[in-house]
Write a protein that binds this ligand. Structure first.
Ligand SMILES: [Zn+2]
Length: 187
């Protein structure tokens, strides 16, 4: 696989990660005379989590999002510059994971996916709703995956309000079958 830019292969790896169920972190960049020759993109669970937090940092650390727990996963890609053609190519693609891969419904919560929050959250809620998963159960999934309700980004009340709006919209625009289904679900 060859591409004309680093970004093309980086995006491709992000797509691969999203489909597989892990998140990506930028790693080593090697330059020669200021020109990038090699880059690594690694699974965000590579390495080990530092647990020591200095006393004066503890207060601040609590407010931050809890980082993805690292477990020494080795999944990564190494992409290189072909100095003769100017192409960028995959030199190495390691696909061994030592952790469970996440499901698509909560993929947006992964570290490398946290840029598109609101829209993706709404889409994820709609997905749970389509799958007939109870709202409180769905919210528990969000909380579990975000490692705490304070990290979800929305409250249970927001969640329920949004689900109610979805159901009302579906009833207003729906046929008899939909209305019956919604009445059963609303109990
Ligand atoms: Zn991994």
């Amino acid at each position: 696989m060859r591409a004309s830019s680093w970004e093309d292969l980086e995006l491709l790896y992000h797509d691969h990660a999203r489909a597989t169920g892990f998140s990506v972190r930028k790693s080593t960049i090697r330059k020669i005379d200021g020109v990038i020759h090699e880059r690594y993109f690694i699974c965000s669970k590579q390495g080990t989590t530092k647990t020591k937090i200095k006393e004066n940092e503890r207060q601040n650390a609590k407010r931050k999002l809890v980082p993805t727990k690292r477990c020494g996963c080795d999944a990564h890609i190494r992409i290189k510059l072909d100095v003769y053609s100017g192409d960028i190519f995959f030199k190495q693609h390691v696909v061994s994971y030592n952790h469970t891969l996440t499901r698509a419904e909560w993929q947006y919560l992964q570290r490398s996916e946290r840029t598109t929050t609101l829209k993706e959250t709404m889409k994820a809620i709609e997905g749970f709703e389509d799958a007939h998963i109870r709202s409180t159960t769905a919210y528990k999934y969000f909380a579990k995956h975000a490692r705490g309700t304070e990290c979800v980004g929305h409250t249970l009340r927001d969640h329920l309000n949004y689900v109610n709006r979805l159901r009302r919209k579906e009833i207003e625009g729906g046929d008899v079958q939909t209305v019956i289904r919604q009445l059963i679900l609303c109990v």
